[in-house]
Design a binder for this molecule. Structure first.
Ligand SMILES: [Zn+2]
Ligand SMILES: [Zn+2]
Ligand SMILES: [Zn+2]
Length: 117
């Protein structure tokens, strides 16, 4: 089965690690020979992801695809985009605002409030 994502050019990170042996995706546990770097774990290692988990992670749709039923969803105070608060995967996309609440990284960059959770 071909990947739905025709690998978009702009991913400078997330290099493919192609191994001969099958590895298991950190998240979905499926077996794959193409394993990619995902988010950083507390231990300092990177989560190793299969193609589809990694593309979801890179394009920011991971939480909306896999964490829909989990708690912690809040909307960006500025644009209303749903953000998965307290989730390690969304950590990079969430900005805490000075006056309370959260906003997405796009809005955060616009308003130059750059306090990370
Ligand atoms: Zn996976
Ligand atoms: Zn999440
Ligand atoms: Zn926003």
């Amino acid at each position: 089965m071909d990947s739905i994502y025709s690998s978009s050019s702009s991913s400078s990170k997330g290099k493919n690690i192609i191994t001969d042996a099958l590895s298991n995706c950190f998240y979905c546990k499926s077996e794959t020979t193409t394993i990619k770097n995902g988010w950083q774990l507390y231990g300092g290692d990177l989560a190793l992801l299969c193609e589809s988990c990694c593309s979801a992670y890179e394009d920011g749709s991971f939480c909306s695809r896999f964490h829909k039923r989990e708690n912690g969803w809040r909307d960006c105070a500025l644009c209303g985009k749903m953000l998965h608060c307290g989730c390690i995967i969304s950590l990079k996309d969430i900005v805490l605002m000075d006056f309370g609440g959260i906003c997405c990284m796009d809005c955060g960059n616009k308003y130059l409030i750059r306090v990370r959770i």
